[in-house]
Design a binder for this molecule. Structure first.
Ligand code: HEM
Length: 495
């Protein structure tokens, strides 16, 4: 064969390309060889389509194939998923600081929300300041004790609304309705997978319009909150100091006395923090109460047990109080078991690796997203016997708690980023569930068996039942029926 100059050039070009690409791809394979195992994924899209509609469940069921940690490529985002109690122990005990940054979803950058928020805030001086303020000043037992009467009033209203068969979520004022509608939308947008988060280069395009919608609805909620905050500021200026301080009072006080610079708390930050506490605390607590009720309805023997305990400890002549919780071990066990099986934020809030890290023998690059699958950890067969069954009794003789020290039970997370509202949530869930159970008898509608109760999940801000307890206001649409047992229980006097 005659070798022409052009053929020679082509051969040299191909040889050089192979010589260049081969070592590169081998190096990448060697490097990727030290990544955790995971499904192969598609070109460009990676594993986006592998997640299904309920990602925490899909990822749990992939475990037998890939083990306790799994590596995903979600578009261009490297993702490490923690799926066992042992891996969670390693993460929170030895790598918490490096992995305690957050990834902010693109939609939450509107109105500079991410700049003022705690939950999606980057790990830095502002986050540290707000976190310290919350854990030392606001979410502490001393301060929570001062606001017991507020939660009492909410519970009494709830009981009264159920008695009258009023739609619980329907607030009386127009502004209240507008606020709840807007927050519902905000929860919807924040729960929707956003292509811009998988391909940050597409952020400017906002292909699904999620950011635009978020801007509108978060704007409405912020406007209403700011009016409320300003009203409180005016009251303070006029010297109308309350005897007890709530979260807003503490924030305003801090803002007034606060320092300048990175630690400065602006008025806008106060609006955002108030909104955030509402956002972070309401869906999660509601979801936990709803799941507890559903599990009790499916397990009449547990329902009987918890009601007997309430009868014994509280008796027929008074209401349940927050201070009763410590004397209600079975109720506590019911709530632990509910949170084990139905953690309201099943993949917690995504964390971000601040630097490259060797984790369980794998190299985890900087800026890897970390999902801790609390749903999977609660069902880890190496940590739990009969993990899929609802058995509150397993907690009666055990010291396992959800305060972040027992890594097989992490509904509130652990480490530096553990839920800041844990103490408040603990009080609210116990009080609300105990009051609902003590004041009413609950049973399934006629012709419905515990097996028929739909326990499917739907994704959102917090994981909720696919078929909620009440789809509408009408009694027929409820998948449970309430019976007021007036003979045995006192009528509630609403404050
Ligand atoms: C059943 C109720 C609740 C559950 C299951 C829950 C769960 C969680 C989880 C899993 C995290 C992430 C933890 C981590 O990354 O390690 C978190 C963070 C957070 N939660 Fe909760 N939460 C609940 C109630 C509340 C309440 C009542 C509030 C406040 C009023 C609240 C405020 C927050 C905030 C501000 C963060 C972010 C903390 C940070 O990043 O530093 N949560 N929560």
């Amino acid at each position: 064969m005659e070798i022409t100059p052009s053929l020679l050039f082509l051969q040299i070009f191909l040889l050089s390309a192979v010589a260049l690409i081969l070592p590169l791809s081998q190096r990448r394979r060697r490097r990727n060889g030290s990544r955790p195992p995971g499904p192969p994924g598609w070109p460009v899209f990676g594993n986006i389509f592998d997640l299904g509609t309920i990602p925490h469940q899909t990822l749990y069921f992939l475990r037998p194939k890939y083990g306790p940690v799994i590596w995903l490529k979600l578009g261009s985002v490297n993702t490490l998923v923690i799926r066992s109690a042992k891996a969670a122990t390693e993460l929170f005990k030895n790598h918490d600081q490096v992995f305690c940054d957050r990834r902010c979803p693109d939609s939450m950058t509107v109105h500079n929300y991410n700049q003022g928020a705690l939950a999606i805030g980057r790990y830095g001086s502002y986050w540290r300041m707000i976190r310290r303020l919350c854990t030392a000043e606001i979410m502490v037992n001393r301060r929570l004790n001062e606001t017991v009467y507020l939660r009492r009033k909410c519970i009494d209203n709830m009981i009264q609304n159920i008695e009258k068969d009023v739609e619980i979520r329907d607030p009386r004022s127009k502004e209240g309705r507008e606020f709840f509608n807007a927050m519902g939308k905000v929860a919807e947008w924040s729960g929707k997978p956003n292509i811009s988060d998988f391909f940050p280069v597409l952020k400017w395009l906002d292909p699904q319009g999620i950011k635009r919608n978020m801007e509108r609805d978060l704007g409405i909620a912020m406007k209403i909150i700011s009016k409320f905050v300003k009203q409180r500021m005016e009251e303070k200026k006029l010297g109308e100091e309350m005897k007890t301080k709530d979260f807003l009072d503490a924030l305003l006080e801090y803002q007034r006395e606060g320092k300048d610079g990175a630690g400065k708390l602006t008025e806008q930050n106060v609006f955002i923090l108030i909104l955030e506490m509402f956002f972070a605390g309401s869906e999660t607590s509601n979801s936990s109460i709803e799941w507890a009720m559903a599990e009790l309805l499916r397990h009449p023997e547990s329902m009987r047990e918890v009601k007997e305990e309430l009868d014994r400890v509280i008796g027929p002549n008074r209401k349940v109080e927050e201070s009763d919780t410590e004397n209600l071990p079975y109720l506590q066990a019911v709530i632990k078991e509910t949170l084990r099986l139905h953690p309201a934020v099943p993949l917690m809030l995504p964390r971000n690796a601040m630097e490259e890290r060797n984790f369980m023998g794998y190299v985890i690059p900087k800026d890897t997203q970390i999902w801790v699958n609390a749903w999977a950890i609660g069902r880890d067969p190496d940590a739990w016997e009969d993990p899929f069954s609802f058995i509150p009794e397993r907690f009666l003789s055990s010291k396992i708690d959800y305060k972040g020290q027992n890594f097989e039970l992490l509904p509130f997370g652990s480490g530096r980023r553990i839920c800041v509202g844990l103490l408040l949530a603990h009080r609210v869930i116990h009080l609300a569930l105990a009051s609902l159970l003590h004041h009413f008898d609950w049973e399934l509608p006629i012709n419905t068996t515990p097996k028929d109760l739909d326990m499917n999940e739907r994704m959102g801000m917090a994981i909720r039942k696919l078929v909620p307890r009440t789809e509408s206001n009408s009694q027929e649409a409820c998948n449970i029926r309430k019976i007021k047992d007036d003979d045995r229980r006192p009528q509630y006097k609403v404050i």
